[in-house]
Design a protein around this ligand. Structure first.
Ligand code: WQD
Length: 350
């Protein structure tokens, strides 16, 4: 079988057709890994995989996609019987905060049940190396910024609670079985797209997040952006976030895998992936206007419930533990996102 033949270099990537997963898979291939992807295509489309194959070129023969659902444990067992994985990167899951408040059952089913199935099959096959896609949302409403990994953990939505539950499962496993090596990567705000402009974020329906919404206004697909709150105690009254380029994020996952393979008794380690700097909503609008040459019409509206004033990462742990830090700035993020948007205004819809 083409995948998993090389010891120490084969990775099972769940949700690998999604926004962050697809960019990370290409990066893994560039670093010589063999990759098997599982994705149920709930929030991703087959066309994205076709584009990944195009971009992978002759490396595509080290990549394999299996359409399946982690909620079906026998399917996972089948995959683990056929392949010998050295590690897992777990992206798969739903991630819309608002949706999680309205329909929490979706999140306990898709996020928690899937994770439990996956981890049990891993244990049965003695695969105990995991890089987990966590989120800065596990810090709740931060009491101070920059946020480091010792900041207290709390959930401010069912989505955040599912991330926290899965983190706790890994912490308990690591306590009980020193054979487990887990890195919990806590992302801040992933944005941008592959520099080729062939793959990028493809939100279905009305975008919850800021940058995809700005993109659709710039494309003339939406009349204007609502800026949620302009009376915050920040330099221009709008919220501050730590936006990180998805290409930097992808490299962060490879750095985490390398760390995991070279650290025998790693345990369960949380690591922030952010730039360490914050940008306001108005600054992001301006940066996107400069990158696109388009006007982004917006109106100032009341605050969105649940938003924190300011969130940005302390980046020392990633630098010390992974020897990784971000290379790309907001201008790069907006330039690459605009290239994706202007080349493919309808994303993966063909
Ligand atoms: C960013 C800023 C909004 C939309 C979310 C999740 C978090 C993580 C990253 C998964 C905020 C403002 C937004 C709009 C606006 N996802 N905004 N108008 O809320 O920081 O984080 O995505 O792990 O878990 O919570 O990102 O992009 O929704 O908002 O003014 O139409 O943009 O108020 O200040 P957020 P966001």
């Amino acid at each position: 079988d083409v995948v998993g033949a090389v010891k120490g270099r084969s990775v099972f990537v769940t949700g690998g057709i999604g926004f962050i997963g697809s960019h990370t898979v290409l990066c893994l291939l560039e670093h010589g890994y063999y990759v098997v992807i599982i994705d149920n295509l709930d929030n991703a489309v087959q066309e994205a995989y076709r584009r990944m194959q195009e971009l992978a070129g002759d490396r595509a023969d080290r990549m394999k996609f299996i359409k399946a659902d982690l909620r079906c444990k026998p399917d996972i067992e089948e995959i683990f019987k056929e392949h010998s994985f050295d590690a897992v990167i777990h992206f798969a899951g739903r991630k819309a905060v608002g949706e999680s408040v309205q329909q929490p059952w979706l999140y306990y089913d898709h996020n928690v049940l899937s994770a439990i199935n996956l981890i049990e099959v891993m244990r049965e096959h003695n695969v105990k190396n995991m890089v987990f896609s966590s989120s800065c949302t596990v810090y709740g409403n931060p009491s101070k910024v920059p946020i480091d990994e010792t900041h207290p953990l709390s959930a401010v939505s069912p989505y955040g609670r599912t991330k926290l539950i899965i983190e706790d499962i890994f912490r308990d496993y690591a306590e009980a079985d020193k054979g487990w090596r887990t890195i919990l990567l806590r992302y801040f705000n992933p944005v941008g797209a592959h520099p080729s402009g062939k793959i990028g974020e493809h939100p279905v329906g009305i975008p919850n997040n800021l940058m995809p919404y700005i993109q659709q206004v710039a494309l003339g697909q939406r009349p204007e952006l609502s800026v949620f709150g302009s009376d915050y105690p920040t330099r221009d009254g709008t919220c501050v976030r730590d936006y990180i380029h998805v290409m930097d994020l992808a490299e962060g996952h490879v750095a985490a895998l390398d760390k995991l393979f070279r650290t025998p008794s790693l345990g369960c380690v949380p690591i922030n992936l952010g730039t360490g700097t914050g940008s306001t909503v108005l600054e992001m609008i301006k940066a996107f206007e400069e990158a696109s040459g388009k006007t982004v019409k917006y109106k100032l509206v009341p605050r969105r419930q649940g938003d924190s004033v300011a969130v940005w990462a302390a980046t020392e742990t990633a630098e010390q533990q992974l020897g990784w830090k971000t290379k790309l700035g907001v201008d790069d993020m907006c330039r690459d996102q605009w290239k994706w948007a202007s080349q493919y205004p309808k994303g993966y819809e063909v």
